[in-house]
Write a protein that binds this ligand. Structure first.
Ligand SMILES: [Zn+2]
Length: 416
């Protein structure tokens, strides 16, 4: 309107002034009105994410029921406290293995060749696998780990008995009685460093705890950060949590204290293996050394669950957060979530898992040759791998911040 009027009257000088002052006003307004979600996503950083994964690998594979597992839990708890998530708690349970681990020991070198997937194959979780597949399994052979330092670090065997897992909570300002759960599993297997499985998911959750517990960040609803133990033995840590705590949801304790030890569950987002998407096995059984150009990460819900509709909606919320906030990689939604700590939640609340590949059709077909192998060590990965995990962190951070109603001090969200 100003431009048209100016051109018509050819009054160059006053028009330029008018335009400049309106630009200045617009700039001033924009500085005060910024997107708090974007500000938080900018606080994630590739080098910090890598350093947190590296920190976890100092405890080797962190196998449940060992000293290195207990030391890792202590270290994670100290980190959470240092981030400002100071109200850490431990869930306690007992783990007795039902028998010896009967999964076939399978060293990395024995995975080839790539064999055609039978046309009628159905993967765990219910998906339909395609292309070539290789054998997958768990390495239980210490001799398959070439690095003597890592071999020594992983040597103490697991003993049955008392177990713990750590969590902390960002308490909501207006709805402390409701929460979102953001989680990963901190235990591993396979005689490596569990860098990807699941150092990458554990570090993601820790980085989100750091950003969301910054002193200038508030959320209307609570967010709980949980690092499960005993995932690799069959989801025992997350199952114990659901059993012990589902009936405590939303109860104020002590009465009229304003404290809710177990806020009502609004959604659960699990992260497991966030870094490796190099494509499907080739005819000789090998996998590309480089990340595939079309790399993505996968958000899965389980079609055959009580909360399938709500879980699907949560999955699309993350997909939209990826579209808006993730810097490099797209996210894909799938319907076959399986074998992960969100499974014990899926008939109680909206529950999804976030992963480098689909668990059933892709990991199950051999897309990740480091999976439960001695090669799952920090030095196996390069920056593009770490960046895939960082993009998943950006996505869950953005989605959770929006869902929980985030504000950052001094910043007003833009009007829609
Ligand atoms: Zn895992």
């Amino acid at each position: 309107m100003i431009a048209a009027t100016c051109a018509f009257f050819a009054a160059a000088i006053p028009c330029a002034l008018a335009r400049r002052s309106s630009v200045a006003a617009w700039r001033a307004q924009k500085e005060a009105v910024a997107d708090p979600v974007e500000i938080l996503v900018d606080r994630l950083d590739l080098e910090r994410y890598k350093a947190t994964i590296k920190g976890l690998t100092q405890f080797g594979d962190r196998r449940q029921g060992t000293d290195r597992n207990r030391q890792a839990i202590d270290w994670i708890e100290a980190q959470l406290k240092s981030y400002g998530c100071t109200n850490t708690e431990r869930l306690k349970y007992d783990y007795q293995p039902t028998g010896p681990d009967t999964r076939k020991s399978l060293p990395y070198t024995a995975v080839g060749p790539g064999l055609p997937t039978p046309p009628d194959a159905i993967s765990v979780g219910g998906g339909r696998p395609r292309g070539l597949r290789t054998l997958v399994g768990v390495n239980n052979d210490p001799g398959a780990q070439p690095d003597p330092k890592i071999r020594a670090l992983d040597s103490q065997p697991s003993s049955p008995g008392a177990r713990e897992e750590v969590y902390c909570t960002k308490v909501g300002t207006t709805h402390p009685d409701e929460m979102y759960i953001v989680s990963g599993h901190m235990d591993g297997i396979g005689w490596g460093e569990a860098a990807n499985d699941d150092g990458s998911g554990t570090a993601l959750v820790m980085e989100l705890a750091r950003v969301l517990n910054s002193p200038d960040v508030q959320t209307e609803r609570s967010i709980r950060f949980i690092l499960w133990n005993n995932e690799e033995t069959g989801l025992n840590g997350s199952t114990a949590y659901v059993e012990q705590r589902k009936d405590l949801q939303g109860k104020e304790n002590p009465p009229r204290s304003g404290r809710y030890p177990e806020p009502k569950w609004l959604g659960m987002i699990q992260h497991d293996m966030m870094m490796f998407d190099h494509g499907a096995p080739r005819a000789d059984g090998t996998i590309n050394k480089e990340q595939r150009p079309e790399a993505d990460f996968n958000i899965e819900f389980q079609l055959n669950s009580k909360f399938a509709a709500q879980s699907q909606a949560l999955a699309w919320t993350l997909e939209q957060a990826d579209e808006k906030y993730a810097t490099d990689y797209p996210a894909r939604v799938g319907s076959h979530m399986t074998n992960t700590d969100s499974s014990p939640f899926m008939n109680e609340v909206a529950a999804i898992s976030v992963r480098e590949n689909e668990r059933g059709t892709e990991i199950g077909n051999g897309w990740d040759p480091q999976w439960h192998q001695p090669t799952d060590v920090y030095k196996t990965y390069y920056d593009k791998d770490f960046r895939l995990g960082l993009n998943a962190a950006q996505t869950t951070l953005a989605a959770t911040a929006q869902l929980a109603g985030v504000t950052v001090k001094g910043i007003s969200p833009p009007a829609h």
